[in-house]
Design a protein around this ligand. Structure first.
Ligand code: MG
Length: 505
């Protein structure tokens, strides 16, 4: 008797190649993390070269004809449902990477580093005319790229092909009603709050805090809500971010301010939410097409849920207040009732990254309305500053006094990241809808938060979101977890309840 030789699974060749592609990406991500946290200033030149080599290698492996053949042969064989999903997700990425002709990819890469440098100078000098030609070229190249993606079958419309890079399957037609609903509710709300007699006393969050005090508080809370420091670490960086190299190593960064604990603590809770998602991705799929985060909107929902629905709630602060008093002793007289309004201010402001949770989405609506026209219509770049200012006047009731704080404020368009912004708002909407569903499923979630019991909520997110990896689409995850398609209802009720509480409107 001889033991029958088992045929290798048709998927094996794909998965072996995919493991290499994932490793190359992980190596680049470690170098990028180091660049933002530890690298000395003079390391820039050699780091840039190393990252560029790895990016080239990553693209080469992804567009290797041998991988395309392995995919085609696997797709032609009998597959179970999970194997078919592996093929579907791998094929998506291969099609995307192969859709852009080499010549266009080179022109985009060459333009992007110049455009970024031009934007930095133009913003510092508040000189839009100096940035305009670079932005016009970015828009032209992005349109070429979108056309190539449509040609490859990634999406039916150019703007959808751009969205798809960040939020697979998402379309302008699906986003427009969600964002219009927000616009209709939030623009009047922001103006009413600005006109209200109520002046929120923000002094309960202010004081004089050392980095060490704030870090001890941040670490204690991060660990309590479920961030695994054995599979991660916390470091300082200029802009907070999360980066992961597999479920066993997901790192976060933060940046505290010495006179207000909010940016430091909520920054940590935000990044911890991102990181717990990646720590919870299915280990059995690590390094495979199904093993990574499904979309930026789902990713952002996890950060927003812990930052906002949990971190800004009265229930959470019933538990966390003694920790605040202990680590930041100058807050020792602060009560939950004093703290709550300072965590829910509504103040129209010029700058997206400094916006509160209500007006933040109006900043996104403004960008969505402008960038869908950039791609879908022919617009004169010279008209953009005025279009921006009018949109702000309409949505937020304020008008930028210069283009540096207006149309040039974000890095995204300078980097060619058109189609990215909507994922921030999707994250806010998804977080509220998930939290409502979790509350209904768990029962007494407020009591749990007030008692410092975070495991039931995290467990629900693990089961309903994290463990799926890319097996389900973002839309399917939301629908299965909450029993309905995504809408703006849950987020708007969450927000209006808090605004009514603080401003009486
Ligand atoms: Mg985020």
């Amino acid at each position: 008797m001889t033991t029958p030789v088992l045929d290798p699974s048709p998927l094996d060749d794909v998965l072996t190649r995919w493991a290499d592609i994932t490793s190359i990406g992980a190596a680049a991500a470690v170098l990028s993390w180091d660049q933002e946290t530890k690298m000395p200033p003079k390391g820039q030149a050699s780091r840039g070269a190393a990252l560029s080599t790895l990016a080239g290698l990553h693209h080469e492996r992804l567009t290797d004809p041998a991988l395309a053949e392995a995919l085609a042969s696997a797709a032609g064989s009998e597959l179970d449902e999970v194997a078919a999903a592996q093929i579907r997700e791998a094929q998506r990425e291969v099609t995307r990477a192969s859709a852009i002709p080499g010549d266009l990819a080179r022109r985009i890469a060459a333009h992007q580093s110049n455009a970024l440098a031009t934007w930095q100078r133009a913003k510092a000098d508040d000189d839009f005319d100096a940035f305009a030609p670079a932005l016009a070229e970015t828009i032209a190249l992005t349109k070429e790229q979108a056309a190539a993606l449509v040609e490859a079958g990634i999406a039916e419309r150019p703007y959808d092909a751009l969205l798809d890079a960040y939020e697979p399957g998402s379309t302008e037609a699906e986003l427009a009603p969600l964002l219009t609903a927000l616009r209709d509710e939030l623009a009047p709300l922001a103006k009413a709050a600005a006109a209200s007699e109520v002046v929120v006393d923000e002094s309960p969050t202010r004081g004089s805090f050392t980095d060490e005090q704030q870090e001890a508080l941040g670490r204690t809370i991060a660990e309590a809500i479920g961030y695994d420091f054995e599979a991660g670490r916390l470091d300082a960086s200029a802009h907070p971010f999360t980066t992961g190299f597999g479920p066993g190593d997901v790192r976060i960064t933060w940046r505290p301010e010495s006179d207000d604990f909010r940016p430091g603590l909520f920054g940590v809770m935000h990044e911890v939410g991102h990181a717990m998602y990646e720590q919870g991705l299915p280990t059995e799929w690590a390094g495979t097409p199904l093993g990574s985060a499904v979309s930026l909107g789902i990713h952002e929902s996890q950060s927003r849920l812990w930052e906002n629905q949990v971190g800004r709630s009265r229930a959470f602060w019933q538990w966390a207040l003694p920790l605040l008093h202990e680590h930041l002793p100058t807050t020792s007289d602060v009560t939950v009732d004093q703290l709550f309004p300072a965590l829910h201010t509504v103040t129209p402001s010029m700058t997206r990254v400094e916006a509160d949770e209500a007006t933040y989405n109006l900043h996104i609506v403004a960008r969505f309305e402008i960038e869908r026209r950039m791609i879908g219509e022919v617009i004169d770049v010279a008209d953009l500053p005025e279009l921006w200012n009018e949109t702000y006047q309409e949505l937020l009731g304020i008008r930028p006094s210069n283009d540096a704080e207006g149309v040039m404020q974000d890095i995204h368009w300078a980097m060619g990241g058109i189609g990215y912004f909507p994922t921030y708002t999707l994250g806010n909407l998804i977080s509220a809808q998930l939290f409502d569903a979790a509350s209904a499923a768990l029962g007494g979630v407020e009591d749990q938060l007030a008692a410092g019991e975070f495991e039931p909520l995290l467990g629900w997110l693990r089961d309903n979101v994290h463990r799926h990896g890319r097996h389900l689409t973002a839309g399917e995850i939301v629908e299965q977890a909450t029993g309905k398609p995504l809408s703006s209802d849950a987020f708007l009720s969450y927000l209006t309840a808090n605004v009514a509480d603080v401003y009486g409107i």
